[in-house]
Structure formats: C-alpha cells, structure tokens
Design a protein around this ligand. Structure first.
Ligand SMILES: [Zn+2]
Length: 307
C-alpha cells in the first residue's frame, strides 16, 4: 500500500471554512494569514482518539473555526465515559454510540458546514494510516504508549505536525495530577528522544489484540476499562486540551511556533515550558523523518493484506 498514493484527503476535503461573523471578530488574532495561500487547507485537523481528551479538542477546534476534520477512533461510548466526554449526553445509548459519531455530531452542531470525515477504526488500520499521512495537523489524544509510538513514527515519516496530549493521576498521600502537551514540529525532537514515551510500556501495548483480550478476561473487566488508563476527570482533560488547541491556534495563525513541551501540574497549580534543546541524534527524527513509504509502517497494520 502506498500511503502517498492514497493521500486523497486534500482532494476529498472540500474547503469550507466556517466563521460566524461574531467569532470572526473576536478571533481576529487567530485569523489565517493570507500569505499562506492554502485556502485554509492546512487547517485540516486529524483527531486520533475521540475520548476524554479528543472530545474536548474536537469541540474547541470547531468553535475556533476549523472547518475540516478527520476523526479516528474504533471504540464506542461506555457508561463510565459519560462523566467526562463533552460530546456525550445522558440520552446517548450504550452500547450503540460510536465515539467518532459523537464527536462529529458535536462539530456539526457548532458548525453545520464543517467537513467531517470519520474513520471508525483503530490507529493500526489502513484507513487511519492514510488519513494521518495525507495531511493536516495531527492531535494525538491517546491513552497508551504503543499507539503513541506508532503515531510518532507515522508523523515523522510523513512530516506531519503532531500535538501529543496526555493526562495522568498518580495516586498517593499527596496525589500528583496533570498532563502535558508536546508539539512535534519537525526539528525539535519527538516523544522518544525527549523521553516522554515509555518504550517498554509501548511494547506491551503493541501485543496483539488476542493477548489483550486474554488479559481482560483474566482480570474480569471490560477491555475498554483496561484501555482507559487516563484520569476520569473532565477538568484535567479540559486544561490539557485547551493548552494544545491554543498552541495550535497561534501556530496555525502564524503568530509563533508552538511551545515544544508544556507541562501542567494541577497539584501545584502551574504550567511550565521546557526550553531544553532538541536531542541531536534520534532514530525517528533523523533516520525515519521524511522517508514516507520507505519507512515500511505497514508492518504495524492489523488489516494488512497478505503479500
Ligand atoms: Zn526524536
């Protein structure tokens, strides 16, 4: 499969930027620079994961005026999600509510003219890979390091600008809670060389789905509960999503580059900015970067066709 060849997202997206006159006025500082010349096609947003973080991101991007979305998630809403998914409501049936459909509904309620493509499959699918490779800003709203590692490699290979969002609660007598936003911009490192990703944990996450199912059966809890390792607190997700969308907005509008790493410590009530220089050597940043189809990312696909 040639991801570049199938990179039809730009062609299939009909540019339909939406700005309510009031929003236009109040968001003047975030208007798209005319110098870009892309007719806002570079404002395509691809949200990978439409759960606790991704639901906030989709909602905020729609309010911000982004008119073109691709939403990627293969899961359905669970009753335990309803305390924090801003795209879900009490009447939404469980089972029967795909997370991508909930996010699409929210976007279209805000902006009926939005162009929303849904990929109701997991990241390790041909459809999801094509969507990520084909263009736009990537918002990784994932809950495991295995998927983060794949998305890191995919974004590096196809030179995608990638915001990775993460939230965490570490329980103890004095709980540590918060999150971070990392913006991978092509020349400032990645999650791996910045040591923001646990490779051992990523390897465990990349076990085949059958093994994960066995583990779920062993513990006697739904798989969805095991996958949902992040904190079940809407406000923490909201803070981190807001940081990411703000960094996107100022960067897309040409005001400044996004900060490489913002770290939110809710327990301390502060957000810090990392000024560390990018590592000089990294397999993903230097060997994989820009190699596109030669990176052989098909090896990760779960729906890969037999040779
Ligand atoms: Zn790197």
């Amino acid at each position: 499969m040639c991801l570049t060849f199938f990179g039809g997202s730009k062609a299939s997206h009909t540019p339909q930027p939406y700005w309510h006159p009031a929003a236009w006025t109040r968001s003047r500082g975030l208007r798209h620079p005319k110098s870009c010349g892309c007719n806002r096609s570079c404002w395509v947003s691809i949200v990978v994961g439409c759960g606790g973080l991704g639901s906030h991101v989709a909602q905020q991007l729609a309010y911000l005026g982004v008119g073109k979305f691709t939403l990627i998630d293969d899961e359905e809403l669970d009753v335990t999600n309803k305390n924090r998914y801003v795209t879900a409501f009490a009447a939404d049936p469980v089972p029967g509510s795909a997370k991508v459909n909930l996010a699409r509904r929210q976007i279209l309620l805000i902006n009926p003219k939005a162009d929303v493509i849904i990929v109701g499959e997991e990241l390790r699918s041909s459809s999801a890979f094509r969507a990520v490779a084909s263009g736009g800003y990537i918002f990784g709203c994932l809950d495991n390091d295995g998927a983060r590692l794949i998305l890191t490699e995919l974004c590096a290979a196809y030179r995608r600008r990638y915001f990775d969002l993460a939230t965490e609660i570490i329980p103890s007598d004095r709980a540590v809670y918060g999150g971070r936003v990392f913006a991978s911009w092509g020349d400032n490192g990645c999650l791996v060389c910045r040591e923001l990703l646990n490779l051992a944990e990523a390897r465990r996450d990349l076990e085949n789905s059958a093994a994960r199912q066995d583990r779920a059966n062993l513990y006697g809890v739904p798989v969805a509960d095991l996958n949902e390792a992040g904190p079940s607190v809407v406000s923490i997700n909201g803070v981190v999503a807001s940081l990411a969308v703000t960094e996107f907005a100022v960067a897309a509008a040409g005001l400044r580059r996004p900060h490489t790493l913002l770290t939110y410590r809710g327990d301390l009530g502060r957000v810090t900015v990392s000024a560390d220089p990018a590592p000089t050597r990294c397999y993903y940043c230097h060997e994989i970067y820009g190699t596109e189809d030669a990176a052989d990312l098909e090896r990760y696909l779960l729906d890969r066709e037999p040779a």
